[in-house]
Write a protein that binds this ligand. Structure first.
Ligand code: UD1
Length: 430
């Protein structure tokens, strides 16, 4: 089992290139099987979640040609199997996007139910409600979702909760339904817009993505396209908070600053300087940072995927901060690890009261999930002494060359896999 070992205390300084958005790419790759023609997708992050999804896509008979680390050519003509096995769902929940894609194109799909997850119970009732409204018969049997339809027909659908997954999944299925579908109370995240743009580039007719109402006029078939995935706002935000917490000076390059507004607003509130360029944002953190309050909300609110990164930073800000998590329960697990590094935190329900401390002290900690894992590495980078982060497999699911990028900013850290490696690193840095 690999770990990160970090010697903290160095401000991060320099420029870092941000990759393509994992969560947009997962949906776009799934949607790519909806045409029999070849689709070229570029600016993919080379991370485990993407590679597992590509295996699942090959598993149903599509051809996948990896042009390079960040580019893939997919042809869905050979799709002959409409079943996504538990083996994939277990590794990557978002393979459920193949449900919307298969149902839309082939009018049938069988996908293992996603299991529980470290950040809460995560129901998928809104996805199923949408498929049923379009005319699909959806049954849950033997741990699988089985969806079938003779034909899908456009409908007016109002989502009870704002869900990124349900919005994208039902939008995909509706692109090939007969007539007009109107989706209300939809998610407005940049990746919802990116998936809609991708589908439109294949010939879909989707309007309104990025607003509360999406209108989709069904078409019969899609055609070839070439598409580049948007930059990852969460990867960018992670490096921006890493700059803040380590009192550094980092420019994130290849980003869309508009997507980072909620993150920038909080960095300014705690006293960082932020400079925006056309496709880059620079964060400078010096002197004492001050506390603030934050509540996670659907876009354009502050993202739940950035909550651990801001939580770690606030634990080093002077004064009392309040973090409220309104999207997922169990998204505070990392705070127990942070307390072991000297943070002063009290959790009640979905709120955490954080009393800022001057320093963390390095400790052996575990990554509870993807974003919290990245946030705990930030804590290690800001801490006195040595931190060892276990379970980094979570981090590798969503961050490409994470330690290399941090090292290029001056971080002293390595990926290790034995006690011998740990001793070697400790000797080298002491
Ligand atoms: C996506 C992101 C995830 C991010 C989350 C919120 C991907 C692959 N994952 O997850 O990184 O943290 O958005 O921005 O893009 N809900 C229901 N019923 C449903 C669906 C959702 O009640 O059918 C609830 C969830 O429990 C949660 C809220 O809606 O409280 C938002 O979840 P959702 O937006 O669906 O998250 P995901 O799409 O799973």
């Amino acid at each position: 089992m690999e770990q990160y070992i970090i010697k903290g205390g160095n401000p991060l300084v320099g420029e870092v290139e941000i990759g393509g958005a994992k969560n947009a790419a997962l949906a776009i790759l799934s949607a790519a099987i909806m045409t029999d023609e070849t689709v070229l997708i570029d600016n993919l992050p080379d991370v485990n979640d993407i590679n597992v999804l590509l295996d699942a896509i090959m598993g149903i008979g599509a051809s996948v040609h990896r042009v390079d680390r960040h580019t893939v050519r997919i042809n869905g003509k050979g799709v002959s199997n409409f079943k996504i096995e538990y083996e994939y769902m277990k590794k990557i929940r978002a393979s459920y996007y193949l449900l919307g894609a298969l149902l839309g194109k082939y009018k049938r799909a069988e996908v293992a139910l996603p299991g529980g997850c470290n950040i809460g119970s995560r129901p998928i009732d809104q996805h199923l409600k949408g498929f049923r409204a379009l005319g699909a018969d959806v049954e849950i049997e033997h741990g699988k979702i089985i969806a079938e339809a003779d034909r899908l027909v456009g409908k007016h659908i109002y989502f009870d909760v704002v869900s990124v997954g349900a919005t994208i999944n039902v939008m995909m299925a509706a692109t090939m339904a007969e007539g007009l579908t109107i989706l209300e109370n939809v998610a407005k995240e940049p990746h919802v817009v990116d998936v809609a743009n991708f589908l439109n580039s294949m010939g879909a007719n989707i309007r309104g993505a990025g607003t509360d109402v999406i209108k989709i006029r069904g078409v019969q078939r899609f055609h070839r396209t070439e598409y580049s995935v948007i930059p990852d706002q969460i990867e960018a935000g992670t490096f921006m908070f890493a700059a803040a917490a380590t009192r550094g000076d980092v420019t994130v390059c290849n980003v869309i600053p508009k997507h980072l507004e909620a993150t920038v607003a909080k960095l300014l509130e705690i006293g960082c300087e932020v400079e925006e360029f056309d496709d880059a944002v620079r964060v400078v953190s010096k002197g004492n940072l001050k506390s603030t309050h934050v509540k996670t909300l659907p876009y354009p609110g502050f993202p739940t995927d950035m909550q651990p990164q801001i939580g770690v930073t606030l634990a080093l800000c002077r004064g009392t901060s309040m973090v409220t998590e309104s999207i997922f329960e169990n998204h505070f697990k990392y705070l127990e690890e942070l307390a072991r590094m000297g943070a002063n935190i009290k959790v009640e329900g979905n709120s955490a009261t954080i009393e800022g401390v001057r320093r963390f002290s390095g400790a052996r900690i575990s990554a509870p999930d993807l974003r919290a894992g990245a946030a705990l590495c930030i804590a290690g980078l800001a801490a006195d002494g040595i931190t060892i982060v276990d379970d980094i497999v979570y981090i590798q699911r969503g961050y490409e060359r994470f330690e290399e990028k941090l090292r290029s900013l001056g971080a002293i850290m390595e990926r290790v896999s034995s006690e011998k490696d740990i001793r070697k690193f400790t000797l080298k840095v002491s």
